[in-house]
Design a protein around this ligand. Sequence first.
Ligand code: DHB
Ligand code: FE
Length: 301
Amino acid sequence: MENAQNASQAQPARGTANQARITASVYSSHVPAIGAAIDLGKTGEPYWQPLFAGFEPTKQWMRENLPDVVFLVYNDHATNFDLSVIPTFAIGTAAEFEPADEGYGPRPVPKVMGHPELASHIAQSVIQQDFDLTIVNELKVDHGLTVPMNLMFGSPAQWPCRVIPLHVNVVQYPVPSGRRCFALGQAIRRAIESFDEPLKVQIWGTGGMSHQLQGPRAGLINREWDNRFLDRLIADPADLAEMPHIEYVREAGSEGIELVMWLIARGAMADVAGGPAPRLAHRFFHVPASNTAVGHLILEN
Ligand code: DHB
Ligand code: FE
């Protein structure tokens, strides 16, 4: 890719022992009803038990592979941003992020601690690599961010690491293409791995899988397509990134377009830059959770 080559010339080479590195990418749906099940103490109920069981290996893996920072790609659901301002990509550079009130009060989860120094470095580097990030110094985070935090870490009194939120507009058209998201992930990897502090950083992609919340096709779930998406994300993400947005919407429902965010996390993995293929540490798929198919992967660098 021409872009990537030009950009990498503008960036220092990666990978001394004193620089930050991406240790893994993690992918997960972010259904708000999962948050409600946690907050209302319903995780052991028959409807929810199989879903939470699928994240038990994850919580164990997280304890063994705790990062210093999670770079968390998610979408705001007209909570912090609304139709008055629609940033395509927005990075949270604040020291902390309060859980948002989504209409029934803020979720009873700890506030999310940011990493302003690394976030500012990423903003500088990624913007100089020709991606227009909106810089957000005040941001309230909704279920798109807090539900994956609970799925990976459970419900601790304080979150065990810092978080840099990256919001992607997948709510109001026009939305960014999978190709652009995949290229952005590559720029983010170069940014993180040129930060002069030996931080362990995970990158998470959230949202999806198939779901449609309104209109005549409300309730749409497409298990075959979702599982094929997981296969391709693992094995051939560059090809998957060429998929046009209309296929997401047709096959995975209007909200299935959230899956383009997974390509940002996947683009940040070492193999995309010529390194070894990632190791699949965990794969899980479950239907139903509210109106959504839940998919989850852990890929280690
Ligand atoms: C549902 C799923 C989502 O991803 C979302 O943002 C809102 C609702 C649902 O399945 O109910
Ligand atoms: Fe969503």
